[in-house]
Structures are given as C-alpha cells and as structure tokens.
Ligand binder design. Structure first.
Ligand code: NAD
Ligand code: IPM
Ligand code: MN
Length: 358
C-alpha cells in the first residue's frame, strides 16, 4: 500500500513525540511492504513564528493532498498573551473545522502492567475499556464570542443536524462494542443539553439493540473515577468531552498514553494524542510517546483499514509496558525511567527488530 501522511509536530513536546510515532510507522511500513510518504507541515506556535499564522495555507494544502494527518500538540507560554486569532490553539480549532472533523474518538483502556501508575485502586480500574465520543466542531469552542474591558461572552449553540450526526456515530460505535451508550449532558440547566437529550431519545428507536442512559456531567465526573468500568461508550458535547477525557487519563495512570482520532464520517482523519504540548517537560527528551504512537495505530486502523498493522503497534506498546519499561510520567518511584527515544526503540524492536531507518 502506498499512502501520504502529513505530520504536524507543533509545539513543546510535539516534535519529540511525532518523531517517535513516525519512526514506528516507518518500521511497520518496512515490515509489511507499505510505502508511507510522510510530509511535515507547520501548525500552532511554530507556524505563528514562521508564517504569522497558526494554520498557514501551505499546511492546509499539504493536508488536503494527504490521506491522513498525524498531529503532536500546540501551545505554550510564549504565545499565551497573543490575540485569540494568533494563538496556537486557534490553528488546531481551524484545522478541525476546515476538515469537518466532528467526531473525536478517545478510547481509554486499562493495561494491567501499568495500573501501578494510577492513583486509583487497581480493582476499580483493571476492567476499564471505554470510548469517549466527543463532538468536536460545535458548542462553546465555535459559538459567537466577544470581549471588552468590562464584559466577555462565549455562546454555546448546537443545531439538530450537528447533534444527530454525532449521536448516530456514537450509537453505531456502541453497536460494534458492548452496546451500552451513556449520553452526558447538563439537561437540568442548559437548553442545548435538552435538545441533545431529546435527539438521543428519538434516535433510540433506530438502535433498539443499544442500551441507553442519560447522565448529568457533574455526577458523571464523579462516577468516571469511582466506577469507570461501568462505562462502554460515552457521547457528549465538545467541552464536556474535553474535560472528561483528561479526567479519564487518571484511570490509566498518565495523560501520556491516551490517543485520539478526529473523524468526519469517511476514512479521512486527524490523529492526535489527548494531551497537550507539556511545556514543563519540553525539550528534555523525556515525554511519553505512547499516546502519539497509539494515535498512529488508530490512523492505520481507521484511515488505511490496516487492522493487523494497527494491532501490532498496540501489542508492542503493551509488551514494552509488561517488560517494565516506562518513561518518567509512569515509572514507579525509585525505578529508572527511559527517555522518549529509548522507549520508542523498545517498541520498534518489538515490531521489527531488523528495522533500519532510511
Ligand atoms: P498538557 O497536557 O500539555 O500537560 C499536563 C501535564 O501532563 C503536564 O504536567 C505534562 O508534563 C504532562 N504530560 C502531558 N503529556 C505528557 C506526555 N506525553 N508525557 C509525559 N507527561 C505528559 O496540558 P497543559 O499543561 O494544561 O497545557 C499545555 C499547553 O498545551 C497549553 O498551551 C494548551 O493549550 C496546550 N494543549 C494542546 C493540546 C493539543 O494540541 N491537542 C491539548 C491540550 C493542551
Ligand atoms: C484537546 C485540547 C484542545 C481542545 C485545545 C488545545 C484547543 O485541549 O485536544 O483536548 O480543547 O480541544
Ligand atoms: Mn483537552
């Protein structure tokens, strides 16, 4: 198979972790006789510095000409006081909107050998296998907004169409899993949530094999920590999904292992870790590349439909954890931590011991 991928490293630890994932993709390509042409584009703060634009037209063109996008992370203190259109995060929001990537899939799975790094009780997290389906192109992130010295507002709007497509997507994904769907909202207060809940109720008839519950976001935040194994698929609006997915990283023990896929309903997708640019550890070569490597596995699965290759990456990551190799965010106190590159080499050795970079 011959395919084009655009890699967008971004800021902070972005370049370090994207470099790891690109090496893993090339190791897979070599083993399975695929050719992945991987071009690198600018986004975020790096693009502001170079082009005075967090999402330059060159980058959009590159992505348009690709089969999939692999993104690191954007943002950092250097750009935190920029006007909102010249912030790194705006580049990410614009690329999601440009490609209409309305469905952000954020799986959370407990891997037995890493449960020691979760502050939660092992018996509560060992069976966790859930999927957060986060609406990604609507809600507060994209509503009308304004700010002056005295006042500021952001508006939360959703259309029926926007809710229907994400809810349908979540029902379909639940069907492929354990057929349980939790729709998370704030219907006791918000009108957008009431419309959301009504649409989930209407859609139920189309998916009679899926068991549905509604859950308010505040108590869901509590239950996600006290009983995370009770969830299968969670569907929710943009901002609730953002917050709940970082919270869910406590289950696995580190934000550094959670991957994501941002999809629009066909094979095209943007793949990125759930975490950010981690400015506090950037440039030190110690970031955990697992989330980005697992995002690359999602790319192989969803865009290229290469299930064996995707599984091979996931199993290699699990085996490296089983062997007791961790980066600093997950290593038990008093044990040695591997660098980003050392840990990546372990994964590559599991996949393709004879891999030689081109
Ligand atoms: P963050 O996710 O960058 O970091 C939170 C904490 O987790 C930090 O202590 C960090 O060191 C740690 N961490 C995150 N990823 C890690 C990894 N791979 N390995 C080891 N440790 C890791 O969140 P933040 O500090 O709130 O935000 C920092 C910047 O990142 C901000 O500018 C924010 O806007 C941006 N951000 C970008 C994205 C994205 O590009 N998708 C996502 C979230 C935040
Ligand atoms: C994420 C990030 C982004 C979001 C920011 C950086 C715009 O937190 O991908 O989770 O809020 O969607
Ligand atoms: Mn986030």
């Amino acid at each position: 198979m011959e395919k084009k991928i655009t890699a967008l490293p971004g800021d902070g630890i972005g370049p370090e972790i994207v470099s790891s994932a690109v090496q893993v993709l090339q190791a897979i390509a070599q083993k399975y006789n695929h050719t992945f042409h991987i071009a690198v584009g600018a986004i975020g703060g790096a693009a502001i510095d170079q082009f005075n634009d967090p999402l330059p037209q060159e980058t959009i063109d590159l992505c348009e000409a690709s089969d999939a996008i692999l993104l690191g992370a954007v943002g950092g203190p250097k750009w935190d006081n920029n006007p909102s259109d010249l912030r790194p995060e705006k580049g990410l929001l614009r690329i999601r909107k440009h490609f209409d990537l309305f469905s952000n899939l954020r799986p959370v799975q407990a891997i037995p050998s890493m449960l020691h790094s979760s502050p939660l009780k092992e018996e509560n997290v060992k069976d966790v296998d859930l999927l957060i389906v986060r609406e990604l192109t609507g809600g507060l992130y994209f509503g009308e907004r304004n700010r002056d010295e005295e006042n500021a507002y952001d508006t939360l709007t959703y259309s029926r169409k926007e809710i229907e497509r994400i809810v349908d997507n979540a029902f379909q994904l639940a069907r492929l899993r354990n057929k349980r769907l939790t729709s998370v909202d704030k219907a006791n207060v918000l009108d957008t949530s009431r419309l959301w809940r009504q649409i989930v109720e209407e859609k139920k008839a189309d998916y009679p094999d899926v068991e549905v519950e509604h859950s308010l976001v505040d108590s869901t935040a509590m239950k996600l920590i006290t009983n995370p194994a009770s969830y299968d698929v969670i569907v929710t609006e943009n901002m609730f999904g953002d917050i709940l997915s970082d919270e869910a990283s406590v289950i696995t023990g580190s934000l550094g292992v959670l991957p994501s896929a941002s999809m629009r309903g066909d094979n095209f997708g943007l793949y990125e870790p759930v975490h950010g640019s981690a400015p506090d550890i950037a440039g030190q070569g110690i970031a955990n590349p697992a989330a980005t490597i697992l995002s690359a596995a999602m790319l192989l699965q969803y865009t290229f439909e290469l299930s064996d290759e995707a599984k091979e990456i996931e199993q290699a990551v699990a085996r490296v954890f089983e062997q007791g190799f961790f980066t600093g965010d997950m290593a038990a106190k008093g044990t040695a931590a591997l660098s980003t590159d050392e840990w990546t080499e372990k994964v590559i050795a599991e996949i393709n011991p004879s891999y030689v970079p081109d």
